[in-house]
Design a protein around this ligand. Structure first.
Ligand SMILES: [Zn+2]
Length: 173
């Protein structure tokens, strides 16, 4: 099996090749991103190894709704079949506890998904962003407003506003 650990620091990676690799029946990046329940299951496992019921509880705690075990367990099984998740069984007293954890390949898949998700989110918020008139950085919220020669201008911070005023030899209105 190939080693994909270096992918996270290789921005030039070809997504299509990688998507071929992670295909599990219908388990593709697009399907997982399009299905937030599965996305969350992977996110919970990325945080730390968990028991099946731990995933069910976490889902309810964070999202305020129940997730069906009939969705969770077959999905975990699929991930396991594909070598993305490993199951370890620990004995606690007389009971057996099954714990699911991501394999190295599973961790890579998650990082890949998170990047894709971040891209989606930035595309969604891009039109609402304000650009600092001095440094050009993009602001999600707030900013520093100055009235310069009767024009209302937005900067990311007062330092940028001052730098702009200094550079242009302007004076505040
Ligand atoms: Zn700025």
């Amino acid at each position: 099996m190939k080693n994909y650990t270096k992918l996270s620091c290789a921005p030039h990676i070809d997504f299509h090749d990688f998507e071929e690799v992670i295909k599990v029946n219908k388990l593709t990046t697009e399907n997982i991103l399009g299905d937030f329940s599965r996305f969350h299951i992977l996110m919970f496992l990325y945080e730390r190894p968990r028991h099946g019921y731990g995933i069910l509880n976490e889902f309810k705690k964070r999202l305020g709704k129940e997730i069906s075990p009939s969705l969770v367990y077959p999905f975990l099984q699929k991930l396991q079949n594909r070598g993305l998740v490993r199951l370890s069984i620990k004995r606690v007293g007389k009971k057996e506890k099954k714990e699911y954890s991501l394999t190295e390949e599973g961790t890579d898949l998650c990082e890949h998904l998170f990047r894709r998700f971040a891209d989606l989110v930035s595309t969604a918020i891009e039109p609402g962003l304000t650009i600092c008139a001095n440094c050009g950085c993009k602001m999600y919220d707030g900013g520093h407003i100055e009235i310069i020669e009767s024009r209302k201008m937005t900067f990311c911070c007062s330092s940028c506003a001052n730098a702009y005023i200094l550079e242009k030899g302007l004076r505040m209105a």
